[in-house]
Write a protein that binds this ligand. Structure first.
Ligand SMILES: NC(=O)C1=CN([C@@H]2O[C@H](COP(=O)(O)OP(=O)(O)OC[C@H]3O[C@@H](n4cnc5c(N)ncnc54)[C@H](OP(=O)(O)O)[C@@H]3O)[C@@H](O)[C@H]2O)[C@H](O)CC1
Ligand code: K
Length: 495
């Protein structure tokens, strides 16, 4: 799914109004109808619950008033408040105010302290939406503080009031902290940024029928990987043999961390590779041979560390780094590996990334088909500097990916795949149970398997990250997030 900036969403609105055609107030009616249907379907607005609808004077407030009317017509009796936060009001706000007032009165809120909010009620937050132009202050900020203090269930319309939909907020901004955000048509970029988690809650999309033609015509670097957008593996022909699906090499493990090599190997096999060779230090030989009998084991001459370069020419892809440690000899090995692997697709992870951060000249020499898989701390080390906010992080990520012509998988709740063509693909699968040791090694194995099957690095990264998260979701469904281990993620892989 393509994602847009606030300015593009405004143009999308206008394009739909002109080309469908539909009047803007009817489009608002459609948005309010979709929100109300969601609300009634979820049972969050049961009849015994008090419903408070807090409206601004722009189109987000207009949505709030239209929702109030639809609920009223469905038999509910919401308390509707309007806040005078601006000199101006939008035309569709005015129309919807008049329509509501044919049924009941609204209250113009003068003093937020008087709001009778309580924890058994449900608050519909329609103060401000994507039209936010500055941080909330004054009466608006006081109202938002009251909402957050109420402990009521809060449902934000389109976007939490006070949250910028496509740029960073200041750390001390006052922003609604909703339980749910019900957003129109597409997730806003803000929903995918880690620092915004408290200002999004669980987010849901409702379809308001904005023009598909506009989506097709409008370029954007931002994408959300949902089921409709994942790349596919080629079909397995009935005459294929194990050679068809590539021969992968994993270089992983050190004394005390052979488990990382085991996990990456198991997931590489579940990723569909034809043949797998695992290079581990001597101490890992028996472990690999007994716990991953499907793999061939290549033992390093060193007892506890990876040190030995080997002939890479027979491998279709290599994954290097899980559990590898950062011993001097392993640093030298990585240097030799990079020099040798120029024509081989490879995944560089974990300790190998930390070695790259220290030996920065190696970044300039990375093979053309490289995927790096840092978590935020590792990426910060690779950059050599921290970022100011999540959006600056994305800019730096894009610069980094373009400069070194590599795909970077930045791991997190919405893992983002950045590619040298400037695109960002945010992942939609996975869960907090996966924040546990070894899940990164599992991802490295999967990505190596996909590269070995000749997927391009960008497609391999988007698909592998998606399936890895999906496997984690299966594991969480079976065991719960607390009990989830990296091995369960391997078991959850399906294609
Ligand atoms: N395509 C869609 O998704 C549709 C969205 N709809 C809804 O419309 C809003 C966006 O509406 P818009 O009128 O553009 O913006 P807001 O309602 O968010 O804001 C209105 C005005 O508020 C003023 N403003 C902005 N920031 C502040 C602030 N910090 N303090 C006080 N006032 C503020 C500003 O006006 P000024 O002239 O005062 O600057 C804004 O213009 C979207 O989120 C959806 O809910 C449609 O209903 C359907 C299609
Ligand atoms: K809102």
């Amino acid at each position: 799914m393509k994602l847009f900036t606030v300015e593009q969403i405004r143009q999308w609105d206008a394009y739909t109004i002109t080309n469908e055609p539909i009047t803007s107030v009817d489009l608002m009616e459609r948005a309010a109808g979709a929100f109300t249907e969601w609300l009634l379907r979820t049972g969050l607005a049961e009849t015994h619950r008090e419903i408070f609808i807090l409206c601004g004077m722009g189109n987000n407030g207009g949505d709030g008033l239209a929702i109030a009317r639809l609920l009223y017509q469905a038999g509910y009796r919401p308390h509707v408040y309007v806040i005078r936060h601006s000199e101006r009001s939008s035309d569709d706000f005015v129309i919807n105010l008049q329509r509501y007032e044919t049924l009941a009165k609204v209250q113009w809120l003068e003093d937020p302290q008087t709001l009778p909010l309580n924890e058994t009620g449900v608050i519909i937050d329609a103060l401000l939406g994507s039209g936010l132009t500055r941080s909330a202050s004054g009466l608006l900020a006081q109202t938002i503080k009251q909402i957050n203090a109420s402990k009521a269930e809060v449902i934000s319309v389109d976007v939490a009031s006070g949250l910028f939909a496509d740029q960073a907020n200041d750390p001390d901004d006052v922003i609604v902290q909703p339980t749910h955000t019900v957003s129109f048509q597409i997730p806003k970029l803000a929903f995918l940024q880690p620092k915004n988690a408290p200002y999004v809650g669980k987010w849901h999309l409702v379809d308001i029928g904005l023009s598909q033609a506009y989506v097709d015509l409008t370029p954007s670097p931002y994408f959300y990987t949902d089921t409709r957008a994942i790349p596919v593996l080629p079909d397995r022909e009935s005459f294929s043999n194990k050679g068809t699906f590539g021969h992968a090499l994993l270089m992983a493990g050190s004394y005390g961390k052979i488990g990382a090599a085991v996990l990456a190997s198991r997931s590489c096999l579940r990723g569909g590779v034809g043949l797998l060779t695992v290079q581990v230090p001597r101490c890992g030989y028996t472990i690999i041979q007994t716990s991953v009998p499907e793999a061939m084991c290549l033992t390093d001459e060193h007892e506890t560390e990876l040190t030995q370069p080997n002939d890479l020419s027979k491998y279709s892809a290599v994954g290097i780094g899980p559990g590898m440690g950062q011993a001097k000899a392993s640093q030298q090995l990585l240097r030799q590996f990079i020099a040798q692997a120029q024509d081989i697709p490879c995944v560089i992870d974990a300790d190998a990334l930390n070695i790259l951060s220290q030996e920065r000249d190696l970044l300039e020499q990375l093979p053309a088909k490289t995927i790096l898989t840092p978590h935020p701390k590792e990426f910060e080390r690779l950059l050599g500097k921290p970022w100011k906010d999540d959006y600056e992080k994305l800019r730096l990520l894009q610069e980094f990916s373009t400069r070194y012509r590599i795909v970077v998988v930045l791991k997190g709740k919405h893992t983002v795949v950045a590619s040298p063509d400037g695109e960002f693909h945010f992942n939609s699968t996975g869960n907090a149970g996966m924040a546990t040791g070894g899940t990164g090694d599992v991802l490295t194995g999967v990505l190596t398997a996909l590269l070995a099957q000749k997927l391009e690095p960008k497609e391999a990264a988007i698909l592998g990250v998606y399936r890895h998260g999906e496997a984690g979701d299966r594991a969480a469904a079976r065991r719960g997030m607390v009990a989830l281990t990296a091995g369960d993620v391997v078991d959850g892989l399906r294609w």
